[in-house]
Every structure is written in structure tokens, then in C-alpha cells.
Design a binder for this molecule. Structure first.
Ligand code: ZN
Length: 185
């Protein structure tokens, strides 16, 4: 059995390996950029992630997806969609990037997106338009499910409606999913 990794999973240290395809490096650590299986090459000291190859599902309105925040614009968050709930081991056919408009973040007014999301956050969202890949995180179980401290990159721990860094004690805010930190979709 090989383990499936998802975007944001820690898969190695850059002092040990070179970051190959399907990975990205940040502050000396190598993370998976895609959903797939990890392959390490002892000879050229690379670690890479191979996409899971199966018949790819197509995203539909109403699907719950998991993805990684890649950019914050004034009114939109861009998300690399990785998986569909219930079809976790399959790459998605029509998925590249979805977008959450500031009006679809939560059911109360959002003034600025950077109080709700940060780059590299792993989020769970619902597809509200399959053509434009518009996403929503309004419902309680939707939103950020995994986030790193923006100062020291330690995984943040939920404290009521805030997130706290167990390492440097920094407090951050997010649109937190009820499933934050549970490791489940
Ligand atoms: Zn920290």
C-alpha cells in the first residue's frame, strides 16, 4: 500500500532531498503540491509526487472540494482544487483553479479577505458554479481545514474562533471550518 498525500502535506526536508515535480519547497521543508504518491530517488536525491492515475471525475455544482489557497486578490481568493469529497484518490478532470468571491466567504460581511484566508491554507468549499468554478465557504463545515503560522510555518491549532500557533503563540483569524484540524473531509 502506498500512502496518498494531498497538497500541503510535509514530505521531506530540503537538506535531505531536492524538491522534484509535484512538490514545492518552503523554508527548508518540502511539501506536496498535488494529490498523489510520494517517490524518493536515492541516487539523485529527489523527492517527487506522482499524480494518482484513474478515470478523472468532473466537477459539478454542489460538489464539496478540497484545495489550496494560491492567491488573494481584492475580492477573490484563488484556489487550486485538489480533490472531490468521496473521490479523494482521484485527480479531477476539469479542475485547475476555483475562485471564492468575497461575498461567498461566510454569511456575514467580509471587509478584507486576508482576515479569512492566507496563502497555502487548505480549504474545503462547495462548487456553486461548475462552469466558472465559483466556490463558496459559507456553510459551517466549509472554510479553512488546515493552516500554517504565517510567521514560523507551524500548523495552527484552533482556539474557539481563532487559530493559535503552538510554537510562537501568534494568533491568526480565518474562516474556520467546523472540521478544522480533524484531518477529515
Ligand atoms: Zn508561529
Amino acid at each position: 500500500m502506498t500512502d496518498i498525500v494531498v497538497p500541503g502535506d510535509l514530505i521531506g526536508a530540503s537538506e535531505e532531498y531536492l524538491a522534484g515535480e509535484g512538490t514545492y519547497e518552503e523554508r527548508g521543508k518540502i511539501f506536496s503540491a498535488i494529490t498523489g504518491t510520494v517517490e524518493t530517488n536515492k541516487k539523485d536525491r529527489t523527492v517527487r509526487v506522482l499524480p494518482v492515475m484513474k478515470t478523472p471525475p468532473v466537477l459539478k455544482t454542489g460538489d464539496i472540494v478540497v484545495g489550496r489557497v494560491v492567491d488573494l486578490k481584492n475580492a477573490v481568493v484563488l484556489v487550486d482544487i485538489a480533490r472531490i469529497k468521496g473521490q479523494e484518490n482521484r485527480e479531477i478532470a476539469n479542475a485547475d483553479q476555483g475562485a471564492i468571491h468575497i461575498s461567498n466567504v461566510k454569511d456575514s460581511y467580509v471587509a478584507k479577505l486576508d482576515t479569512e484566508f492566507d496563502q497555502q491554507d487548505i480549504i474545503k468549499a462547495k462548487v456553486i458554479d461548475e462552469k466558472s468554478l465559483r466556490l463558496s465557504t459559507v456553510e459551517k463545515d466549509l472554510g479553512v481545514i488546515k493552516a500554517l503560522c504565517s510567521r514560523c510555518r507551524t500548523p495552527l491549532v484552533r482556539k474557539q474562533n481563532k487559530l493559535e500557533c503552538p510554537s510562537c503563540e501568534r494568533i491568526e483569524t480565518r474562516k474556520i471550518s467546523d472540521d478544522y484540524g480533524k484531518g477529515i473531509i
